[in-house]
Design a protein around this ligand. Structure first.
Ligand code: G4P
Length: 198
């Protein structure tokens, strides 16, 4: 998706050969116009699949996920990373380990929001090692729901999360695929070109 890649080129900062800082439009300050466009692109790519709910993980997945859900005209559920004061009913949970942050979180969604009638579209900001996506898939499976696909804004193709998810048969659509990060330089993979026309 050209506008997202342009924004990454203009404002993204490669902090190291593995971490990209995008806090001017995604991870801290949010560009709503870009998020709206992203939501429309995901809704378009996953149209006519019978998606009943969009699911993401707090916090940075929420902005693109809400616009995706708005365009698909379905609810958005964001999984919690911390225990909530009011979230005290039956919880569907999974443990997610972050290699980037070297910490573990138990993510949760109330069982009243997902059931075997649901066909879910997962949305997240980054795909690195795939732990967050796999945790969300575990929660969806525990609810008895099914998964239509996974929409990712930025996939770090040099980490193996995307490969593992695709090998398991999931449809993973990433709007910007990064093959390499080095100080001051972001390289996108050629594969992403096949989606350029959307
Ligand atoms: P994984 O889920 O693919 O295995 O990713 P990993 O554990 O490596 O990363 C965990 C957190 O770090 C996630 O955010 C993920 O979005 C973020 N992350 C991973 N790689 C990068 C990167 O190169 N740049 C940035 N900016 N973030 C990255 P999170 O903890 O859920 O944070 P948030 O959603 O609350 O902002």
């Amino acid at each position: 998706m050209e506008n997202l890649k342009k924004k990454i080129k203009q404002e993204g900062i490669a902090l190291s050969d593995s971490v990209l800082k995008v806090d001017t439009f995604l991870n801290h300050q949010v560009d709503p116009q870009l998020m709206k466009e992203i939501g429309e692109v995901f809704a378009n790519r996953f149209a006519n699949l019978g998606v009943t709910k969009v699911v993401t993980l707090e916090s940075s997945g929420i902005a693109p996920a809400v616009f995706t859900a708005l365009t698909l005209n379905v609810p958005l559920i964001f999984a919690r990373k911390k225990k909530s004061l009011t979230l005290n009913e039956d919880l569907l949970t999974a443990d997610v380990y972050s290699y980037t942050k070297q910490e573990s979180n138990t993510i949760s969604i109330s069982s009243k929001f997902l059931s075997e009638q649901d066909h879910v579209l997962l949305i997240d900001d980054f795909l690195a090692n795939g732990q967050a996506a796999e945790g969300l898939l575990e929660v969806v499976t525990k609810a008895g729901a099914t998964t239509a696909g996974i929409g990712i804004l930025i996939e770090k193709a040099f980490q193996d999360g995307g490969k593992r998810l695709r090998e398991k048969g999931y449809r993973v659509e990433s709007l910007a695929m990064i093959s390499e990060l080095e100080a001051g330089k972001v390289t996108f993979t050629e594969e992403e070109i096949m989606y350029e026309s959307i």
